[in-house]
Ligand binder design. Structure first.
Ligand code: NAG
Ligand code: NAG
Ligand code: NAG
Ligand code: NAG
Ligand code: NAG
Ligand code: NAG
Ligand code: NAG
Ligand code: NAG
Ligand code: NAG
Ligand code: ZN
Length: 509
């Protein structure tokens, strides 16, 4: 019995840097581009808007810059292919998300300086119109010492209508060390590219001044304000859709708007959602270390740019962090008894139960607002990378991994031993009554009440049920096989890019 106890303790979770650590440098980069905002007559724009039908947004790209890579080196070939694949998937995402009125003839011809980002513009691009709503020049750099994996910004922007040309740059220096054959790692790259393109589309502190009201096409009045929040002068985005959603979401009718990141370098502050009040969102300043969510906060922002005819609301993913928590959640001290926050050093499951983790300050959270940082080798959806996936844990503790697995605080073990309470991964299902049925080896335990402590007659120890079963049962599902790196995942369903099909996009057409 003692042997069993000690054997389990030898294995443990680590905060290894195995997953992608992306800190966005967006503002630093966009400030250094020599981009231009071109004037447009408001009346013309209005007249046009009434007569031209919107279409699904068409985003084109040019990767010829990659021809300067040494393509006899297979690592470079793979790097190029993976960047292109991530780009294709992200572009399909925006095509499905956004409809836009095509810009007036001539808009898509390049009429500015010699480069966009690092890319030289060809004469063909100056002379020819392009059937596109946004054209991206894709480049790479090799900066191993920098914190970013990719960055993006626009180069040409038409007033009232939005960006026409932009650039996306991949940091080969950092990216060459990741195994993008692993679909989970590759999905993080898709998330990063999607994040960066969202900046190009208008999510940028510098660009709020150019956003327009969707009906009047006039700039918003006071789109942002600065408020003292937990000791920081914080930028609050208060455009109509964002403001309305933030008030409803937090249950705080007096809320001025949604907080933008107040920490970090210029590259992070002001152009991302504030990490203290929303976590795991695609547009936080650092990539989620579990699963990211493209939420209604970000779709509301895209609506408020006024550049797009419609946003596909079926692609919004439900978030719960701070939901209905009231005004004090935004402006008060962080309550360590709330599940969003925690006591430094405590080991428990992360907010969405994706992984076990440890309570730490995070670089973008306000002081006193520590939260659970997932261990990189404890993510329940990642069987091959999970330290619990070994014979002892499987046989004695009955853990399970995969797309139906989540982290639960548990000390359940078979009758030959005992273990301390810890975040363990189990497969589960929810029934129609929002009961959570958890598979523990060959046994099941059922959570019928919030915070219930459940035991199993055939096992030692107990398991603590989730705090809000109804919310838990609506948490985002991960996709089958992570869409085989051939599609994007929304709410547990794969959408394959051209050439692929099947529930997990693993079949070619
Ligand atoms: C290109 O890469 C190959 C394979 O790594 C290497 O043998 C070759 O010397 C490289 N060529 C140049 C011009 O660097
Ligand atoms: C809306 O999004 C869903 C899910 O991605 C997609 O299947 C559907 O085609 C989209 N609708 C439009 C009009 O693009
Ligand atoms: C871009 O143009 C500059 C100046 O003409 C040249 O030095 C550079 O090599 C070009 N870059 C690429 C990637 O072609
Ligand atoms: C990834 O897969 C490709 C194609 O199957 C293969 O050539 C490459 O060696 C693999 N890379 C790694 C790091 O396993
Ligand atoms: C937050 O509280 C501070 C100090 O009480 C106050 O000055 C500020 O206006 C409040 N901000 C919001 C958004 O309520
Ligand atoms: C917030 O901004 C005001 C006005 O610019 C300034 O007086 C105050 O010192 C700032 N407070 C903090 C904490 O930075
Ligand atoms: C958990 O579910 C996966 C499939 O998602 C399955 O392969 C595995 O055997 C299950 N484990 C347990 C303990 O039920
Ligand atoms: C485990 O459970 C069995 C049966 O319920 C019990 O006899 C045994 O004492 C328990 N073991 C420990 C270490 O608590
Ligand atoms: C589950 O049942 C199988 C077959 O009855 C048995 O071999 C296995 O050890 C059991 N697993 C656990 C965790 O009890
Ligand atoms: Zn960013």
């Amino acid at each position: 019995m003692n042997y069993f106890f000690f054997a389990l303790l030898c294995l443990s979770a680590v905060l290894a840097a195995e997953n992608l650590k992306h800190e966005c440098v967006h503002d630093d980069v966009s400030a250094s581009f020599r981009y231009d905002v071109q004037e447009l007559n408001f009346d013309d724009a209005n007249r046009r808007m009434q007569n031209v039908a919107p279409r699904n947004m068409k985003i084109t790209y040019d990767m010829t810059y990659f021809n300067s890579l040494n393509l006899t080196d297979p690592i470079n070939v793979q790097f190029k292919n993976k960047c292109e694949q991530a780009l294709k998937i992200a572009l399909q995402y925006f095509t499905d998300l956004i409809t836009i009125v095509p810009k007036p003839p001539g808009s898509m011809k390049w009429n500015l300086g010699p480069t966009c980002g690092l890319v030289n513009i060809t004469d063909a691009d100056r002379n020819n119109e392009r059937d596109s709503d946004l054209h991206l020049y894709v480049s790479y750099s090799d900066e191993i010492a920098k914190p970013y994996l990719a960055y993006a910004g626009w180069c040409k922007f038409l007033k009232v209508l939005g960006p026409t040309h932009g650039t996306v740059n991949f940091n080969l220096g950092k990216l060459r060390s990741y195994d993008f054959n692993n679909t989970i790692v590759f999905n993080e790259l898709i998330q990063i590219v999607t994040h960066e393109i969202t900046h190009v589309l208008g999510f940028s502190g510098n660009d709020v001044q150019y956003w327009v009201d969707s009906t009047t096409k006039k700039p918003h009045v006071n789109p942002i304000s600065v408020q003292l929040i937990r000791g920081f002068n914080s930028t609050v985005l208060q455009t109509p859709n964002v403001q309305a959603y933030a008030r409803q979401y937090y249950g705080c009718p007096s809320l001025a708007g949604m907080l933008l990141e107040n920490q970090g370098t210029a590259g992070s502050a002001g152009s991302h959602w504030e990490t203290t009040v929303i976590k795991n969102e695609y547009m936080n300043a650092a990539v989620s270390n579990t699963q990211g969510f493209f939420s209604k906060f970000t779709t509301s922002l895209l609506k408020d740019t006024g550049f797009y005819a419609s946003i596909n609301s079926t692609m919004e993913e439900q978030v719960f962090y701070g939901k209905d928590a009231g005004c004090s959640f935004i402006n008060g001290t962080c309550d360590q008894l709330k599940r969003e926050f925690c006591k430094a050093g405590a080991q428990q499951c992360d907010y969405y139960h994706f992984s076990s983790g440890i309570c730490n300050p995070s670089s973008f959270s306000d002081a006193g607002c520590d939260n659970i940082q997932a261990f990189s080798n404890s993510r329940c959806y990642d069987p091959s990378g999970n330290y619990q996936n070994n014979p002892t844990f499987l046989e004695k503790l009955g853990v399970g991994f995969g797309s139906n697995s989540r982290c639960f605080m548990s000390s359940l073990s078979d009758i030959s031993g005992t273990v301390k309470e810890q975040g363990l991964c189990y497969n589960y299902t929810c029934n129609n009554a929002n009961q959570v049925i958890i598979q523990v080896g060959n046994n099941t335990v059922t959570c019928s009440q919030n915070n219930q402590i459940v035991t199993s007659p055939k096992m030692n120890g107990s398991l603590k049920c989730p705090e809000k079963l109804d919310q838990f049962c609506n948490y985002k599902k991960v996709c089958p096989n992570f869409c085989s790196s051939n599609g994007y995942c929304v709410n547990g369903i794969c959408k394959c890019i051209a050439g692929f099909k099947g529930v997990d996009c693993s079949k070619t057409i």
